[in-house]
Design a protein around this ligand. Structure first.
Ligand code: ACO
Length: 175
C-alpha cells in the first residue's frame, strides 16, 4: 500500500472540522462532489452528534495535511481567529462507510461507501486510494460481508484500482 505524503494523517471526522478556516474545512472538501449549501456551525454540530450517537453505523474519516497550519491557510482565519484551533492543518480528503444491518445472510452487515472527496488541488496523490482502503478495512473489521458503492462511469477506473468490480446497476428516484 502506498504511504501518505509526509505530514498527512488519516483520522476520524472531528467536531472541530467545520471551523471557519477558509478553504480548509471538511464541508469545503465535500464541494468537489456537489452542492453542500450553507450549513451553520450549530447545524453541523447537530449532524456530527447524530453520527457520534450512531458510531457503530457511521464511520466518516478525513485526511489532514498537517504541513499547513490552519492559522495561515486562508483569509477567513485572520478575521475570525477565535474559531481556529491552533496547530491544526487542513482537511484535504474525506469519505464515509455506512454499515447496514440486514436480516439476510444470517443478520449480515453491508458497508456502503459514500461521499468520497479529494480536494481538487490534491487529486492524483493516492489520497482517494488511501481513503477507500481505510473504509474497506473498517467495513471488514466490523464484520461486513461486502462493501459496495455507486459511482459515475468516469470514476470506474479509480474504483477498479481500489479493488472494486462492476456489479449490478444503480437506480435512483429523486424527490
Ligand atoms: N480515471 C482513471 N484512473 C483514475 C482516475 C480516473 N478518473 N482517478 C484516479 N485514477 C487512478 C489513479 O491514476 C491511480 O492509479 P495508479 O495507482 O495506477 O497511479 C489510482 O486511480 C488512485 O488514484 P488516487 O490518486 O488515489 O485518486 P484521487 O486521490 O485523485 O481520488 C477521486 C480519486 C476520489 C475520484 C477524486 O478525484 C475526487 O475527489 N473526485 C471528485 C469527487 C468524486 O468524483 N468522488 C467520487 C464520487 S463516488 C462516491 O463517493 C462513492
Amino acid at each position: 500500500q502506498d504511504s501518505l505524503p509526509a505530514g498527512y494523517v488519516v483520522r476520524p471526522l472531528s467536531r472541530t472540522d467545520n471551523q471557519l478556516r477558509s478553504n480548509t474545512s471538511f464541508l469545503k472538501t465535500l464541494e468537489v462532489l456537489t452542492t453542500v449549501g450553507t450549513i451553520s456551525d450549530e447545524a453541523f454540530l447537530a449532524r456530527f452528534q447524530y453520527l457520534k450517537d450512531h458510531s457503530d453505523q457511521y464511520y466518516t474519516i478525513v485526511i489532514e495535511d498537517m504541513n499547513v497550519p490552519a492559522t495561515l491557510a486562508g483569509s477567513a482565519t485572520s478575521s475570525s481567529p477565535s474559531l481556529v484551533t491552533p496547530g491544526r492543518g487542513k482537511i484535504v480528503a474525506a469519505g464515509t462507510v455506512l454499515v447496514e444491518r440486514k436480516f439476510i445472510h444470517e443478520l449480515g452487515m453491508v458497508g456502503h461507501i459514500e461521499d468520497i472527496a479529494v480536494s481538487a488541488d490534491q487529486q492524483g496523490k493516492k489520497l482517494g486510494l488511501r481513503i477507500i482502503e481505510t473504509l474497506k478495512a473498517i467495513g471488514q473489521q466490523v464484520g461486513c460481508y461486502k462493501v459496495i458503492l455507486d459511482c459515475s462511469e468516469k470514476n470506474v477506473p479509480f474504483y477498479e484500482k481500489c479493488g472494486f468490480e462492476r456489479k449490478g446497476v444503480e437506480m435512483g428516484w429523486y424527490v
